[in-house]
Each structure stands twice: as structure tokens, then as C-alpha cells.
Design a binder for this molecule. Structure first.
Ligand SMILES: NC(=O)c1ccc[n+]([C@@H]2O[C@H](COP(=O)([O-])OP(=O)(O)OC[C@H]3O[C@@H](n4cnc5c(N)ncnc54)[C@H](O)[C@@H]3O)[C@@H](O)[C@H]2O)c1
Length: 238
């Protein structure tokens, strides 16, 4: 059966890989992003819709265009906020929580309301991070937002189970997106510092993350809900 799969942040590094993986299986994929979404959608051969996940009205209008959603992948997020506790500007903290926590909450709420209203089962997969469980100096703002995404995942899972809606998260370690590759070239000290923390001695590929999302959205995960699956090469073991 063809599913309609909505991937937020689908114009970004991991979002494109997730959209590509679902499209390959014949699903009807829609990527949503805050701007420039049509170019990305065209290059991936999927539908595109403009949406700001922090704006209820924008989400509602986009969902009206998309139609009923079977699988929601809450991938949109900010990663660019860095700073140690004593220095991070309060406005940066507010911004990252606003996008990663409030935006993810709004998406879950609006899509789940429609699924429940239509009496339709569904699947939600959120993009978390192992940083929500393991600290790295200078990344606590981002990590706090992802710990909250794990809590949102459990909250939604326990309340939506009775409606046949499963909710899980994928929690990657560092992922080799084009942005990360540009900022930490092969052989750089920064790249080596991350790799040395990973027992499997390599960064995740975007395809590694997409495969975990595909699994959690599939019938193979029919009895799995409320979990946050690390895709981290064993980094949480250290
Ligand atoms: N890259 C990593 O190493 C890594 C590791 C763990 C988790 N993650 C998570 O994976 C997800 C994707 O990360 P990525 O590396 O592909 O990032 P990215 O910056 O390449 O993509 C994120 C996308 O989200 C979109 N976006 C941001 N704010 C939005 C809003 N308000 N409304 C709609 N779209 C918005 C951006 O425009 C962008 O296209 C994020 O949730 C991130 O926290 C990434």
C-alpha cells in the first residue's frame, strides 16, 4: 500500500536521504521546509510544501495541501546553536528550544489530531540525538532540546497508542552530512576527535539514519513504540 510520508526539514542533509529512501519503496513522499523547498523536491522527484514548524497557521495550511499523512518524520531542527553554559546568549537558547521542542510538539499535535479525527492509524518518527543522553561541552543547548524530543516521543507514544499511532525517535551521533563534511574535512583534528569517541570508528552516513527511520516506520516495528533508537556506532557505550 502506498503511504503518504511527510518529512519536515526535507531540504536538509538527513531529510533528503530519508525522503529518497521512502520514495525508493514507492511511497508518496512530501518534503516540508521553511524555504527553497521546491528546488529540493524537484531534484528528489517528490512533492514539496513550504512550512514553518514553529507556526501553527503555516502547519495547518501545509497539511491541507498535503492531505492525509500516514507517516510523519519530524526531522526539521536547528543544530547551529553552540556555546558553553556560562556564555550562551539566552536568546540562542530560546531559539533552539522554540524550533526543536515547540516546533516538534506542534507538528505531532496537528498531524495526530488529523489522524485521530480521521480514525486513521499512523506512525511518527522524531529526529533526536544521542546528545540528549551524553554531554559534550559547548553543545548543552542543543542537547537539552533533544532530551526534550525524547520526552515528547514517550508522551505522544503513551497517549496515541490507543489510536493505533506509534511514535518513536532515531537518535544519531554525528552524521556525515554535507554541512558536517564541509566544517570538519576528512583528516581534520575536529573530525578525528569525534571519530575517536565512536567504538565502530566511523561517523554515521545519512543512509544509516534513513535506514533506522524506515525500520521504525515499517511493519517490522509494529510492536515498537516510545523508544529512541541510537544510531551512534556504539558511542553511548563509552
Ligand atoms: N547532522 C548531525 O550530525 C545530526 C546528529 C543527530 C541528530 N541530527 C538531527 O537530524 C535532523 C536533521 O539534521 P541535518 O544535519 O540534516 O540538518 P540540516 O540543517 O541539513 O537540515 C535541517 C532542515 O530543517 C529545516 N528547518 C529548520 N527550521 C525549520 C522550521 N522552523 N520549519 C521548517 N523547516 C525548518 C532547515 O531549513 C533544514 O533544511 C535535525 O533534527 C538534527 O538535530 C543531526
Amino acid at each position: 500500500m502506498t503511504r503518504t510520508v511527510l518529512v519536515t526539514g526535507g531540504a536538509g542533509g538527513i531529510g533528503r536521504a530519508i525522503a529518497t529512501a521512502f520514495a525508493k519503496t514507492g511511497d508518496d513522499v512530501v518534503i516540508a521546509d521553511i524555504d527553497d523547498v521546491q528546488d529540493a523536491a524537484g531534484s528528489l522527484g517528490v512533492r514539496g510544501v513550504t512550512m514553518d514548524i514553529t507556526d501553527d497557521t503555516s502547519i495547518g495550511q501545509a497539511l491541507d495541501q498535503v492531505g492525509p499523512v500516514d507517516v510523519l518524520v519530524n526531522n526539521a531542527g536547528l543544530l547551529s546553536v553552540h556555546g558553553r553554559l556560562l556564555e550562551l546568549p539566552a536568546s540562542d537558547m530560546r531559539q533552539i528550544l522554540h524550533t526543536n521542542v515547540y516546533g516538534t510538539f506542534l507538528m505531532i499535535q496537528q498531524v495526530a489530531r488529523r489522524m485521530v479525527g480521521q480514525g486513521q492509524p499512523g506512525v511518527i518518527v522524531n529526529l533526536s540525538s544521542i546528545g540528549g543522553r551524553q554531554p559534550t561541552p559547548g553543545m548543552g543547548g542543543y542537547e537539552s532540546s533533544k532530551a526534550a524530543v525524547d520526552a515528547l516521543t514517550r508522551w505522544a507514544a503513551i497517549e496515541l497508542a490507543e489510536h493505533g499511532i506509534r511514535v518513536n525517535a532515531v537518535a544519531p551521533g554525528p552524521v556525515l552530512t554535507p554541512t558536517l563534511a564541509a566544517g570538519m574535512p576528512e583528516g581534520s583534528a575536529a573530525r578525528q576527535a569525534w571519530v575517536s569517541r565512536i567504538p565502530l570508528r566511523q561517523l554515521a552516513s545519512v543512509e544509516d539514519v534513513a535506514a533506522a527511520v524506515m525500520f521504525l516506520a515499517s511493519g517490522n516495528a509494529a510492536h515498537v513504540t516510545g523508544t529512541s533508537l541510537p544510531v551512534d556506532g556504539g558511542q553511548l557505550l563509552t
